[in-house]
Every structure is written in C-alpha cells, then in structure tokens.
Design a protein around this ligand. Structure first.
Ligand code: NAP
Length: 254
C-alpha cells in the first residue's frame, strides 16, 4: 500500500478586505480554492463584508466568514485570527492588507496622524502576524504576505508617516522570515506602486498625470494585478521564497 499524505484544505485571513486590493485578494484566493476570512475595521462595515463572504462561498464553493476587527488593537487582531482558526481548523495564509494614509508635509503633520498610520499599518501587521505565527508554527506550515509600498522603499514627500510604516513592515517581514523559515512558514512583502483604489482616488488630476509620467507601463495598476502576485506568494509552490520585497509598480521604480 502506498502512503499518500493528503494536503489539507488551505485557509486564509485577509485583513482590510472590504474593498480595493484586499477585496481583490480575497476573491483571488477563494477562486484558487482557499477558505477565506474577510475583514473590515468596525461593525459599521460588517454587512458589506458578510455579503462578500456569502458571495465567495456561493461562487467558489469554499467556506467564508466575515469578521469586524480593528487590527491596530491587539485583542481584536487575536480574535480575528482565532475566529478563522475556529471556523476552518487552521490558518495557512495571512495577508496583512489593512492600511490607511494621513498625508501631510512633516512641518504640518499632526502627532495623531503619525500615530494613527503607524498603529494600523505597522502595529496592525505585527498584531496579526503574532496571532497567526503561533498557529502556523504549531502546524508547521504558513504563508504570510504583508502589504508594504514602493513608498516604504524609496520614501515620498508628504508621506513621512506612511513611508515609515511601510518601511517598518519590510523590517518586520524580514525578521519574521528569519524566525519562521525552519518551521516551513514564509514571510514576504509586496510593494505596490500606484494601484487604482479608493486610496489613490484622492489624487488630483495633476498629481495623477505626474505619476503616470513616471510609470513605464503608462497605467495605474489594478487591484487584480496585486492579487495575482499575492496568490502566488500564498501558494505551496512559493515555499522557497521568504524575506523578499516584491515591487509591483509597472516599472515605476526602475
Ligand atoms: P483602501 O481601498 O483604502 O482599503 C483599505 C482597507 O483597509 C479597507 O478594507 C479598510 O476597511 C481596511 N482598514 C483600514 N483600517 C483598518 C483597521 N484599523 N483594521 C482593519 N481594517 C482596516 O486601500 P487599498 O488601496 O486597497 O490598499 C490596501 C493596502 O495596499 C494598504 O496597506 C495600502 O497601504 C497598500 N498599498 C496601496 C497602494 C495603492 O496604490 N492603492 C499602493 C501601495 C500600497 P474599512 O472598510 O473598514 O475602512
């Protein structure tokens, strides 16, 4: 008799998946057969993400749950990961996508705007990584994908808080990669350039034109472009890639 080890059904938590890149990632992972836990920041958005979860389950035959949790709060981040673990029996993939901006030049940037961005983008990523890593180490399998930004690599005038948070995400990711690799848990960061979402809708026409002038591909990215990359890094096949920062920016940073 041959000894066949069955691959368990994989599950994923995608933070900030009510819209934009996170939503596209949740859809892409469900399409690839993952059970998915979608998330928004507060109870106010819960009916929207519950609708998304129901849609993913109906369209792709996967299990899907919706959880409202502010990732900046350690207890809520733990509850988010725990809910997915309880519903699916395991947490194989964590995509730390939740993020905010509070732009302004440093001379005028308020302390609370600096703190808010660090709290959600960096501490929120830490909180969820901590909750998931414990479970992934136990099951000796995991894929962590953290959303950084090209701004975290190169900096950007008017985004000192955001750039610091996204650079922090890179340091966090590389450290986790070193800590977790021996347990078959990878951690990578993706660094998008300009992707057409609510976050970039705020740009003026002049800013948009200036940005397009710097992008070799001459277009903003789509959330689906990022989702395809995340899906690959979240796959079993990507098991020998860890601690990397993958830019996805249409050639902007060339
Ligand atoms: P978006 O359209 O503004 O969506 C942000 C998502 O994050 C929403 O689902 C939002 O949920 C959620 N969120 C915000 N604060 C949260 C919190 N405290 N706890 C849980 N969820 C929270 O953003 P996006 O453009 O898709 O960006 C997604 C990620 O990619 C971010 O990390 C961003 O920094 C990064 N990124 C984006 C671009 C770009 O060009 N768009 C470029 C580089 C990197 P609610 O609906 O509850 O607010």
């Amino acid at each position: 008799m041959t000894n066949v080890t069955e691959t368990p059904r994989r599950s994923a938590v995608v933070t900030g998946s009510s819209r934009g890149i996170g939503r596209a990632v949740a859809e892409e992972l469900a399409r690839a057969g993952f059970d998915v836990c979608v998330n928004c920041s507060s109870e106010r958005g819960l009916s929207g993400v519950q609708q998304l979860a129901d849609q993913l389950a109906a369209e792709h035959g996967v299990r899907a749950i919706a959880v409202a949790a502010n990732v900046a709060d350690a207890a809520e981040a733990e509850a988010l990961v725990a809910a997915a673990h309880e519903a699916f029996g395991r947490v194989d993939v964590l995509v730390n996508n939740a993020g905010i901006t509070r732009d302004g030049l440093i001379a005028r940037m308020k302390e609370e705007d600096f703190d808010a961005v660090i709290d959600v983008n960096l501490k929120g990523t830490f909180n969820c990584c901590k909750a998931a890593a414990q479970r992934m180490m136990k099951q000796r399998y995991g894929r962590i994908v953290n959303l950084s930004s090209v701004v975290g690599v190169a900096g950007n005038a008017g985004q000192a808080n955001y750039a610091a948070s996204k650079a922090g995400v890179i340091g966090l990711t590389k450290s986790l990669a070193r800590e977790l690799a021996a347990r078959n848990v990878t951690a990578n960061a993706v660094a998008p350039g300009f992707i057409a979402t609510d976050m970039t809708d705020a740009l003026s026409e002049k800013q948009r034109e200036a940005i397009l002038g710097r992008i070799a591909a001459k277009r903003l990215g789509a959330p689906e472009d990022v989702a395809a990359l995340v899906r690959f890094l979240a796959s079993e096949e990507a098991g020998y890639i860890t601690g990397q920062v993958v830019c996805i920016d249409g050639g902007m940073s060339l």
